[in-house]
Write a protein that binds this ligand. Structure first.
Ligand code: RET
Length: 309
């Protein structure tokens, strides 16, 4: 091997996979592979930055750093896979085009993209909805609906016939539901906590919904309609992913720098801190309960000031 001139050998090493005896003839080139590796590097550096920043905070204040660093870490691995021309399969396009950039019988579909999204989009929503202080059952079902959006998108991408648009429609309906929760329900919760929380939430929420609306367009032009080449698909999704993950993460963590997690209802305690809620058995006063909430067994939950050591 000539060490003075290192070239990207991924397409040669891993490309030209045979699917049912044929190769994907609408596939990324070395340019697409280079770009995917470049985005991988951006995700990796962002992960180091977010994880590093977490050390500037006590352990009880790191939840958003950990979630955000996990998001870019998963993306870095997915982008490494796509750069290596792996995590893909050949699918016969519904529309056979004459444009030489997309003419062919099998289009390369990166299913690894959806494995990334199925892990990272719920985490992005978690970052956002925890900021809004949304009740956990609402967060939980919003994340489930988000999973439906991604999985229907994956199935649609793997289907050759026009039925793919059925899955696309399911995905769009799920997305509208998520968008509603982010723009309406959660916005009201954030506003109720305080103007500083409301401001961070609005910036990150508007950014998210604007960007997320562009994903189905990218899908329609790539996996759906076979209009743009896989290299262009790489650039389209890559720019969106950089905006939606590292840039979003930086905005969110910056916004959180002066916000106590306890204000968002996140009562997180380190092992050497006093519990926020103690479950002590108190003697009832004249047959009445003292301050605090008393269960049927006489247990009284008493609030003892915020995270005192
Ligand atoms: C699909 C196709 C089905 C319909 C819709 C989609 C939306 C996808 C979105 C993806 C967001 C991904 C992010 C990744 C971060 O790196 C699945 C393309 C609506 C919104 C934020």
């Amino acid at each position: 091997m000539d060490l003075t001139k290192r070239t990207n050998d991924a397409i040669n090493a891993n490309g030209n996979h045979f699917v049912n005896g044929a190769t994907s003839d609408i596939a990324i080139t070395t340019h697409g592979s280079d770009w995917y590796f470049a985005v991988c590097a951006v995700m990796f550096v962002s992960t180091l930055a977010f994880a590093g920043l977490s050390f500037t905070k006590p352990r009880s204040h790191r939840v958003f750093h950990y979630i955000t660093a996990s998001i870019t870490m998963v993306a870095a691995i997915a982008y490494f896979t796509m750069g290596a021309d792996l995590g893909e399969t050949g699918i016969k396009p519904e529309f056979i085009r004459t444009n030489p950039k997309v003419s062919g019988n099998l289009r390369e579909i990166f299913y690894v993209r959806y494995i990334d999204w199925v892990i990272t989009t719920p985490l992005l929503l978690l970052d956002l909805l925890l900021t809004a202080g949304l009740p956990w059952p609402t967060i939980f079902y919003t994340l489930l609906i988000d999973e439906i959006m991604i999985i229907t998108g994956l199935i649609g991408a793997l289907v050759s016939s026009s039925y793919k648009w059925g899955y696309f429609t399911f995905g769009c309906v799920a997305f509208l539901w998520v968008a509603w929760t982010v723009t309406w329900t959660a916005r009201k919760h954030a506003a109720a906590i305080g103007p500083d929380v409301s401001k961070v939430y609005l910036i990150c929420g508007v950014w998210t919904i604007f960007l997320w609306f562009l994903y189905p367009i990218a899908w329609g032009l790539s996996e759906g309609g076979n209009v743009i080449a896989p290299d262009s698909e790489a650039v389209f999704y890559g720019i969106l992913d950089i905006m939606a993950k590292p840039v979003f993460g930086a905005l969110l963590l910056w916004g959180h720098k002066d916000i106590e997690p306890a204000r968002l209802g996140l009562n997180i305690r380190d092992y050497d801190e006093a519990p926020l809620i103690s479950n002590t058995r108190e003697k009832p006063l004249n047959g009445h309960n003292g301050a605090g909430v008393t269960g049927t067994d006489g247990n009284t939950a008493t609030t003892t000031g915020a995270s005192t050591v």
